[in-house]
Design a protein around this ligand. Structure first.
Ligand code: I24
Ligand code: DGL
Length: 270
């Protein structure tokens, strides 16, 4: 029988951070990725809209009969994961619970910071995930809408970005947190800058790494790790411009990528 792939989705290119980690930790696994670049960013959108988009993408990915669905977008995980779980016959992994688990293990002060998009923070999904694991932990969360545009402009190492990053995270740092969850695909690019601002007492949690570990553990326990020795043929789909996606993906992953633009699920007049 043909080996089944891992399906990974995101609002755009940010989920490629999870793809890179999965490729590193599980080099035999085939990945099918969908990035909704035409409708990104999801962060500022209404929850119902993000739920609908995520459902459409999952329906598309299910045609490839994946063994698992990974929602690599924090905003989509926050508002749509529970619903998607009831909809599909395979395990669904999001980016919120792996990060939450890592934070609970790490914190000594029992005070955890969370930063993310407006949609993620508004949903309170991190609060729910953290309190499920540890009911008494204190959580300080804040939406940082200025940070995704900064990364997408490639300014994650630019000195002039530091003031914006500082202003965004300052209110969280005023509380006695000892770990900070980077609750958005783009924030790991700002890790060095955030770390400089937050100081050495604050550990930063990168959800992409934690999520790849979760994928790995789940496949291992289910006896579903890829057995082939042949190099897997990954496939990438996007709803927006194919050339732009290819350029970013190839630069980030350091290898040629097979990208196809799909006209659907972008809404059309019929
Ligand atoms: N990084 C991100 N998004 C972009 C970008 C970027 N453009 C340059 N870099 N654009 O996310 C988003 C909007 N596009 C998406 C594609 O279709 C058209 C609209 C973070 C990167 C996630 C891997 C800078 C850049 C890069 C390569 C790697 C990393 C990076 F070009 F930050
Ligand atoms: N992928 C999104 C997230 O992790 C960030 C970009 C967007 O707003 O679409 O929340």
């Amino acid at each position: 029988m043909q080996q089944q792939a891992i399906a990974i989705l995101d609002s755009g290119v940010g989920g490629l951070t999870v793809v890179k980690e999965v490729m590193r930790q599980l080099p035999k696994e085939q990945i099918i990725y969908f990035g909704d670049t035409e409708r990104a960013p999801y962060g500022p959108r209404r929850a119902e809209e993000v739920v609908r988009f995520t459902e459409e993408i999952v329906s598309f990915l299910l045609k490839f009969h994946p063994k698992m669905i990974v929602i690599a977008c924090n905003t989509a995980t926050a508002v749509a994961m529970d619903r998607i779980r009831t909809m599909v016959p395979v395990p669904v992994v999001g980016v919120i619970h792996p990060g939450a688990r890592a934070a609970i293990k790490m914190t000594r002060s029992q005070t955890i910071g969370v930063i993310g998009t407006e949609g993620t923070i508004r949903s309170r999904a991190y609060e729910r995930a953290l309190h499920e694991l540890s009911p008494h932990v204190r959580i300080v969360s804040r939406a940082c809408p200025a940070l995704v545009p900064l990364v997408e402009k490639g300014l994650y190492h630019a000195p002039e970005s530091k003031a914006t990053v500082r202003a965004s995270i300052q209110p969280v740092l005023e509380q006695p947190i000892d770990c900070l969850i980077l609750g958005c695909t783009h924030y790991p690019f700002l890790q060095d800058m955030i770390s400089e601002i937050a100081g050495p007492e604050v550990s930063l949690i990168n959800s992409a790494e934690e999520t790849a570990r979760e994928v790995s553990a789940l496949l291992y326990h289910r006896g579903q790790l890829a057995k082939t020795d042949a190099a897997p043929r990954h496939r990438f789909f996007c709803s927006g411009d194919e050339g732009m996606f290819r350029q970013i993906a190839q630069e980030w992953l350091g290898q040629p990528v097979d990208v196809t633009q799909v006209a659907w699920p972008v809404s059309r007049i019929v």
